[in-house]
Every structure is written in structure tokens, then in C-alpha cells.
Write a protein that binds this ligand. Structure first.
Ligand SMILES: CC(C)(COP(=O)(O)OP(=O)(O)OC[C@H]1O[C@@H](n2cnc3c(N)ncnc32)[C@H](O)[C@@H]1OP(=O)(O)O)[C@@H](O)C(=O)NCCC(=O)NCCS
Length: 163
């Protein structure tokens, strides 16, 4: 399978926060932001492997500042790392106050997608071309995160088996 650059799949999503997206305090509902994050990250995953993909896991998410109704939400997403069948996708979220243009970083998320065939069985994905020091740094950091996720996944599977 031919290797691919992260640039071939990098994607962006913008949304304005509407009343139906907010909680009782006129801030963006966390679940809605997770939905948007999963949406843009899944676009990156599909574009990288050109296969069916499923969300395998979402790493812990920190919401650093509230996003108010009427704010613009920018999500930029790229692939950092692959294993045989998985892809780590990063999403960086910023919010912008529409009138003043004041922009803030609000969230960073890492999601793992698994490529599957028609039967839902995991299949291989293209490796990443690592061109720059930044590409290599991201890959190495993501490799370490991936090992942690695998340990956790194995632990959870074992716990379920033993029940
Ligand atoms: C993800 C899924 C396809 C894995 O299928 P599987 O047959 O258990 O796959 P395997 O155990 O052979 O694992 C294949 C690879 O995926 C990784 N993986 C499996 N489940 C994972 C998960 N939940 N999160 C992250 N990585 C996962 C494995 O570590 C392995 O990685 P490798 O390529 O480095 O070897 C399957 O568990 C599934 O369909 N889960 C539901 C996904 C879903 O519906 N998501 C939407 C949210 S509702």
C-alpha cells in the first residue's frame, strides 16, 4: 500500500453555536463539541485510508474555556500516526467571539479510528510519510500514546472476559 502524507487528508470544520447547541448556561454543550470533533476527525481517517472506518477510542478531553452561544468554532484536524489498522487523528479546537474577533484555544483531542472491511474486520491502512522534524515528533509522541491505549484496551477486554 502506498504511503501518504498527512496533508492529503487534513480537514477543517467550522460551526456557529446556535441555541440548540447550548446547555442551560448558554454555553456550548460538551456532547455537541464531541460530535463535531468526531465528525471532522472521521473525515481525516476516511481520506487517509479510503476505507470504512469506525471510531475506536477518544482520549480524555479537556474543555479549557466555555464557548458561548453565537461564537464561531474552528476545528482543524490531521493524522499523526498509524499502526497496522489504526490511525491517530488530532483535532485542535478554537473559538472566536464573532463581534470582536477574539480567538482562544479551547480543546485538543486525540481520536483513534480503525479501518474495517465489509464484515467489520480490521484491515490495514497506508503508512504515513514523515517529511519534517514536526511530522517525526508528532509520530513519536503518538506512538507512545498508542502504547498506553493498547494497554488500557487489553485491560478492559480482560476485565470483561473475567466477568
Ligand atoms: C474497533 C473494532 C473494529 C476492532 O475490531 P477487532 O476485531 O477487535 O480488532 P483487533 O483486535 O484485531 O484490532 C485491530 C487494531 O485495532 C486496535 N483496536 C481495536 N479496538 C480498538 C479500540 N476500541 N480503540 C482503539 N484501537 C482499537 C487494535 O489495537 C489493533 O491495532 P493494530 O493495528 O496496532 O494491531 C471493533 O471493536 C468495533 O467494531 N468496535 C465498535 C466501533 C464503533 O462502533 N464505533 C463507533 C462508536 S459507537
Amino acid at each position: 500500500m502506498e504511503k501518504k502524507s498527512w496533508k492529503e487528508s487534513a480537514s477543517e470544520l467550522q460551526r456557529i453555536v446556535l441555541p440548540e447547541d447550548t446547555n442551560a448556561f448558554n454555553s456550548l454543550y460538551g456532547g455537541r463539541l464531541v460530535e463535531w470533533i468526531d465528525n471532522v476527525a472521521s473525515i481525516v481517517a476516511i481520506k487517509h485510508c479510503r476505507r470504512r472506518t469506525v471510531t475506536g477510542s477518544i482520549d480524555s478531553l479537556f474543555f479549557l474555556s466555555p464557548i458561548r452561544m453565537g461564537y464561531i468554532v474552528y476545528m482543524s484536524s490531521r493524522i499523526n500516526f498509524t499502526t497496522t489498522s489504526t490511525m491517530e487523528i488530532e483535532v485542535d479546537v478554537e473559538s472566536e467571539e464573532g463581534i470582536t474577533g477574539q480567538r482562544r484555544v479551547t480543546t485538543k483531542a486525540y481520536l483513534t479510528y480503525v479501518a474495517i472491511d465489509e464484515e467489520g474486520k480490521a484491515i490495514s491502512v497506508p503508512e504515513l510519510i514523515l517529511e519534517t522534524d514536526d511530522d517525526r515528533k508528532r509520530f513519536e509522541e503518538a506512538r507512545i500514546r498508542s502504547l498506553g491505549r493498547k494497554d488500557l484496551l487489553n485491560k478492559i477486554r480482560k476485565e470483561i472476559e473475567e466477568k
